[in-house]
Design a protein around this ligand. Sequence first.
Ligand SMILES: NC(=O)C1=CN([C@@H]2O[C@H](COP(=O)(O)OP(=O)(O)OC[C@H]3O[C@@H](n4cnc5c(N)ncnc54)[C@H](OP(=O)(O)O)[C@@H]3O)[C@@H](O)[C@H]2O)C=CC1
Ligand SMILES: C[C@H](O)[C@@H]1OC(=O)[C@H](O)[C@@H]1O
Length: 257
Amino acid sequence: MFLPSFQLENKVAVVTGAGRGIGRALAIGLAEAGAQVALLARTEQDIINVAREINSIGAKAYPIVTDVTNRDEVNQSIAKIIETTGTIDILINNAGMNIRSQALDVTDVEWHKIMDTNLKSAFIMSQEVGTFMKKHGTGGKIINISSVAGHVALRTGVVYAATKAAMIQMTKVLALEWGQYGINVNSIGPWYFKTPLTEKLLQDEKYVDDILAVTPLKRIGELEELVGPTVFLASAAGNYITGQTLFVDGGMTIQGF
Ligand SMILES: NC(=O)C1=CN([C@@H]2O[C@H](COP(=O)(O)OP(=O)(O)OC[C@H]3O[C@@H](n4cnc5c(N)ncnc54)[C@H](OP(=O)(O)O)[C@@H]3O)[C@@H](O)[C@H]2O)C=CC1
Ligand SMILES: C[C@H](O)[C@@H]1OC(=O)[C@H](O)[C@@H]1O
């Protein structure tokens, strides 16, 4: 037998930013692969709605209102997940936001908002879940949702780009430190996908033309095309992959001239 399992039966996954967009899609996809899924976000109704979608396919979901930039709330939510399920096997650091300012216009408030939401949250979630995984001794999978913006220069803001580049480097160092505990740490780097974060931009035909001009596959990605690579990295099929960033980008990051 050479084909490993892509199934996540009996696994417990935690998804941050699971109430909308990519996080919602990843949470449902992980549940479809067999996982129980804890859904973390600040808007209770959003995560309740996603939990209902997951329950409707016969899977278990745990909506837990959490501001993942707040260490105390993170600790309380992780303790609640472990108390309820007994374990955490998979962490998806997806929560993120952007304020698309030119560098000279960025305020301190904007800096801290983007840094805390995109980078600090991923780090404190990884610290708290990594502590459990190390102590529990059964390893685990941590997947950070970075962006092509962390690898090539986009016009969507320098602070956001810095957080996404930092996520890629954080992925490598955590993979180095935690490999000995059987914890795989990887990143996914999406190009544009239609979500509430990008919806207005993707309604602008000229903007979409600009996107497609630098996208070899000449189309915007579908959310299920992010779910597949994420489930792959979260499953046994990804057991010997760590410290890597998988760009799910229609070829955008290889486009030269
Ligand atoms: N859409 C795209 O084209 C791309 C997106 N990405 C990345 O993918 C990730 C998801 O993006 P996308 O789905 O588009 O974004 P959305 O704005 O659609 O969703 C963001 C999610 O994160 C949650 N969130 C935001 N702040 C916090 C917080 N402090 N605590 C807990 N949850 C929080 C939101 O819920 P709530 O407000 O209720 O807390 C929401 O559920 C982000 O990291 C983004 O950078 C990367 C490349 C491209
Ligand atoms: C592709 C980027 O991650 C994405 O594009 C946007 O406009 C968002 O603000 C993000 O930067």
